[in-house]
Design a protein around this ligand. Structure first.
Ligand SMILES: NC(=O)C1=CN([C@@H]2O[C@H](COP(=O)(O)OP(=O)(O)OC[C@H]3O[C@@H](n4cnc5c(N)ncnc54)[C@H](O)[C@@H]3O)[C@@H](O)[C@H]2O)C=CC1
Ligand SMILES: O=C(O)C(=O)COP(=O)(O)O
Length: 387
């Protein structure tokens, strides 16, 4: 029986693909895997039993995945599974930022006991006149699963859409409408934008990437949206831009002590991915990735190990080696197997970044001392006997 510790609120119908042979445990100690969302697990005492962590969602800045790789723990995320939910909310807020919807509604509510409200509303409605997004310029920073959908939706709204993403994947480039103009320079993207929206992961080169300089380049009275992470946009710079009127309105998904007190800032409680559809599809994808890894050693959508697929084991045994991406690892593994006269049926090796993964099926089970020899290879992070 494999055990899964669930951290965070994972919707029930997202768990339907957990098959037989798995049980949910309340104790992380001794668990095989962790299924989670946004809880920050930096600094968590990670039990040695944990083999993988599946993040039902996109961002993995809450997980020390590079560090965990060296402990042989595979971290998965669910690319794209919640991107439509974020897109829909961002587009809705874009509309709110163009018309004073909230102000108008608040005015009406404030007049709920006024018998002349209907006539007064007619007289007052001028105060809530907005502008149309059609024909306005929007800059989209990051054109991945969310950003590409937001950019395309803005094209559909008749906006002039510009995108900045120096690491744009081929898949996302294919998905982008031709009307989205790529810009290779962030400052150039920001210049004279009426709207700016950020959709990049939180990492070293994205923290604070929108600062005073970039905000000053926007058209005066611009609307800015942050549905990525709280510190992609420098909060001090945003506060100053709001105070000066350079930014007319700021929408953010992050209720930081500062954002909650900034003028003309509308804060949502990290609800970008908060739809029943997104929650279920993230959970299902995370569960599938986790179960395939625990049962078969296959790796899909890991952020710290390469993709690796060998289907189900056809031999007597399947061994997976998680190790550093350095020379002569395969040489050392195969030398040990040759010494043991082990017949390898199938073998695969993949690498990405600092990590590599070698998996093989053998005709017979390997003796425990052979497994120990594999484990003692320098730079070997973990050896799993899957079957
Ligand atoms: N508010 C919420 O509930 C949600 C927030 N997010 C946040 O949005 C981020 C993006 O999500 P997805 O689009 O699904 O991820 P993704 O990985 O599909 O897209 C991220 C894009 O950012 C680009 N990028 C990376 N570094 C960049 C840089 N320095 N400058 C410009 N572009 C850069 C990448 O090339 C990629 O195309 C997530 O990492 C997460 O932090 C995602 C989903 C829900
Ligand atoms: O997928 C992401 O990156 C998100 O920010 C969504 O977070 P959540 O799973 O809703 O806590």
């Amino acid at each position: 029986m494999r055990t899964i510790k669930i951290i965070d609120d994972i919707v029930k119908d997202g768990l339907t693909t957990i098959g037989e042979g798995y049980e949910i445990t309340s104790d992380v100690e001794g668990a095989d895997a962790i299924l989670m969302r946004s809880t920050d697990i930096h600094g968590m005492d990670m039990p040695a039993s944990i083999r993988c962590i599946a993040r039902a969602g996109a961002g993995v800045n809450n997980i020390p995945h590079a560090e965990l790789a060296e402990r042989g723990i595979v971290v998965f995320n669910t690319p794209g599974a919640n991107s439509n939910a974020v897109k829909e909310l961002v587009i809705g807020l874009l509309m709110m930022g163009s018309r004073d919807v909230l102000g108008g509604m608040q005015w009406c509510r404030a007049h709920e006991d006024d018998p002349n409200a209907y006539a007064e509303a007619e007289a007052h409605k001028k105060a809530f006149v907005g502008r149309e997004v059609k024909g306005r310029k929007i800059g989209v920073v990051g054109l991945g699963a969310v950003g590409s959908k937001v950019a395309n939706a803005c094209v559909d709204l008749g906006m002039k859409v510009y995108g900045y993403d120096p690491y744009l994947s081929v898949d996302h480039a294919w998905q982008l409408y031709r009307d989205v103009t790529p810009i290779n320079d962030l400052d150039e993207l920001c210049r004279e934008c009426d709207y700016l929206t950020v959709h990049v992961p939180r990492k070293e080169d994205t923290v604070g990437m929108i600062g005073a300089e970039q905000l000053a380049l926007l058209n005066p009275g611009a609307v800015v949206l942050n549905y990525a992470r709280e510190d992609i946009i420098d909060e001090d710079a945003m506060e100053a831009a709001l105070a000066s009127g350079q930014v007319k309105q700021f929408f953010t998904d992050f209720a930081t002590p500062k954002s909650l007190h900034m003028p003309r800032t509308l804060v949502t409680p990290h609800s970008g991915a908060g739809t029943v559809e997104a929650e279920a599809s993230c959970a299902r994808m995370a569960v599938d990735e986790m179960c395939d890894y625990l049962a078969n050693g296959n790796i899909t959508n890991s952020v710290n190990f390469p993709e690796c697929h060998m289907g189900t084991c056809r031999g007597a045994s399947r061994i997976a080696c998680l190790h550093a991406n350095v020379p002569n690892m395969i040489g050392q593994i195969t030398a040990i197997l040759a010494d043991a006269s082990a017949n390898v049926q199938r073998m695969t090796n993949e690498n990405s970044g600092r990590a590599a993964y070698t998996m093989f099926d053998t005709d017979e089970h390997l003796e425990p001392q052979i497994i120990e020899r594999l484990r003692s290879i320098p730079n070997m992070w973990r050896v799993r006997v899957i079957q």
